[in-house]
Design a protein around this ligand. Sequence first.
Ligand SMILES: C[S@@+](CC[C@H](N)C(=O)[O-])C[C@H]1O[C@@H](n2cnc3c(N)ncnc32)[C@H](O)[C@@H]1O
Length: 208
Amino acid sequence: MKLKQLEGLLGNLQQFSNPKVELEQYPTGPHIASRVLYTAENSFGDVGDRVVADFGCGCGTLGIAAALLGAEHVVGVDVDSQSLEIASANAEELEVELNLVQCDLGNLDFRGQIVDTVVMNPPFGTRKKGVDMEFLRVALAVASQAVYSLHKTSTREHVKRAALRDFNASSAEVLCELRYDVPHLYKFHKKKEVDIAVDLWRFVPRGA
Ligand SMILES: C[S@@+](CC[C@H](N)C(=O)[O-])C[C@H]1O[C@@H](n2cnc3c(N)ncnc32)[C@H](O)[C@@H]1O
């Protein structure tokens, strides 16, 4: 599938109808989401015929992109049941299979490297300190091939240190720096849109 076609399909997905600020529910737009998955597949071969997990899947954008690019199985995990209902409807609309699990990532008792690739746009940790690092810890414990994740550029050194020193990564590479538009979803946002510098990371777990 071509990049533009993927972006077009993702652009039609429903997003959070009633976003929950405490869960940092803001969607990954189709431009960024399509490029993350397209790069994972076309530069590294981490999606096609792979088992892919989308952590904090929300309305399913990243997981659905993985399915459209030929993933063998896709599992989406999110703590919020309303988002998972939307993710399910989105998958049905595009006729792709998405296995959905409602769970707090911090409580997930996965044993071993049970998926090939994790893709995620975790909460940045602005509402619940440390939740971004908790997502990364779990992702690097369950992925055998690669983890793709978005983190604020301002946290770059911290993310790198934690991944390599504490979370089982053998490499941690920033693939590109992106401008991430957080739309005006919440009352406390004064501007129409907030533009944040975000890194797209690729981590390789030890033993891959
Ligand atoms: C920034 S949004 C990203 C949503 C979606 N992946 C996307 O790219 O559009 C973060 C997501 O993480 C979920 N989330 C927050 N805390 C969580 C937790 N402890 N366990 C599982 N999911 C969580 C939220 O419900 C939300 O859907």
